[in-house]
Write a new protein. Structure first.
Length: 370
């Protein structure tokens, strides 16, 4: 049914279509059976994954950026996602970059966005997540405010970490968005290691967190921390990421964010140039993100977790990430072009392809080295 609605949605500006789609999704979630008509479905029972001490209902998650403010968690959980990553959230609300800031590259099954971490601030999301239905796995993607100097960025990450700690299941440190000036400089080994070590220490010493936002009886001081990286890193930079992951002791990596590259696009260059700056997501980033997943897996054996994201718009694309060494996958742009049925198709194919559940126990496969 989504295929019938998509041409109408694509007549609207992308950001307006996004808000309308989620309004309709929330309404559909309140009417029994309606989500199935648009392609949504709960994952098969044998599609679950045990990882990082968590039970994921399926290996398919929603990438950050689609539900920045945790407004649609309930509806999204009902169309088959095994986990939902909210954010990127910042300590203070910020409007993001001026509109228009989201563009479709239809010929490429891609998007360009320069949203700029637009969100209502971390505390608004915390209030919503406190009310969520139990059993929904939530990741908290955290960043810094645009006007926070890089030298003080660690304070913003800690503020978000403290606030979200009671209401999320894992964290993602975002230093790879191309849409906040200077942010990607934090991917350098020195500042990145400082941020991750501080958050690791923060998690292991829960008594130092803000007591007004914590319930000590339910506190889990070992919530996983993942790092989201850009696809534009070279091998030397990826080697630094590997070293940072090992030295900091974080749970793993999300590979990858959007790319600043414009190579290989089918959309005419004049049209792309007119859209301006921003990160490309969708099919054009698929191959590079899979390369990054493979490179990291060769150097980061399990139980280090890798979540593959970038150009997943079919089971074949998801399988490519899994065979490269990813433990879980996330979709974003694929949902825009394929609709909720994409999640159902991947879940069913995954259950048939790999009925043996991934666990915290290291497993041997052709992507393991050492």
């Amino acid at each position: 049914m989504y295929a019938l609605f998509r041409p109408l949605l694509f007549l609207l500006q992308p950001e307006r279509a996004h808000h309308l789609t989620f309004t309709l999704l929330d309404l559909a979630a309140r009417i029994p059976g309606l989500l199935r008509l648009v392609g949504g479905d709960r994952p098969p029972a044998d599609a679950g994954v045990d990882l990082m001490g968590l039970r994921f209902p399926s290996a398919v998650g929603l990438a950050a950026g689609m539900d920045k403010d945790a407004k649609h968690v309930e509806a999204l959980s009902r169309i088959g996602f095994g986990f939902i990553e909210v954010g990127t959230l910042t300590p203070r609300p910020q409007p993001g970059n001026p509109r228009p800031r989201l563009f479709r590259l239809k010929a490429d099954h891609a998007l360009i966005n320069r949203m700029g971490f637009n969100n209502g601030g971390v505390m608004e999301a915390v209030d919503r997540l406190r009310k969520r239905r139990p059993g929904i796995i939530i990741g908290g993607n955290i960043g810094k405010n645009k006007d926070t100097p890089n030298e003080e960025a660690i304070k913003d990450y800690i503020a978000c970490f403290d606030a979200l700690y009671p209401v999320v299941d894992y964290f993602v440190v975002n230093v790879s968005s191309p849409n906040t000036p200077g942010l990607r400089a934090l991917q350098e080994k020195g500042p990145l290691l400082e941020i991750l070590r501080a958050l690791q220490q923060r998690g292991m010493q829960p008594s130092t967190l803000n007591p007004s936002t914590l319930n000590p009886s339910t506190l889990n001081p070992s919530k996983p921390i993942l790092l989201k990286i850009a696809p534009d890193l070279n091998e030397a930079q990826l080697d630094d990421i590997v070293a940072v992951v090992k030295e900091s002791g974080i749970a793993g990596v999300i590979a990858t964010n959007t790319t600043i590259s414009r190579e290989g696009l089918r959309t005419p260059k004049t049209e792309v140039d007119a859209m301006g700056a921003g990160g490309v997501s969708g099919a054009p980033v698929r191959a590079r993100s899979s390369e990054v997943v493979r490179y990291l897996r060769e150097r980061l054996p399990r139980p280090c977790v890798i979540i593959g994201v970038g150009g997943i718009d079919s089971w074949e694309a998801a399988k490519e990430k899994l065979e490269a060494g990813a433990d879980l996958v996330q979709v974003y742009t694929g949902l825009v072009y394929e609709g909720p049925a994409l999640v159902k198709r991947i879940n069913r194919a995954y259950a048939a392809w790999n009925p043996m559940v991934v666990s915290d126990t290291p497993r041997m496969d052709t992507n393991e080295h050492g």
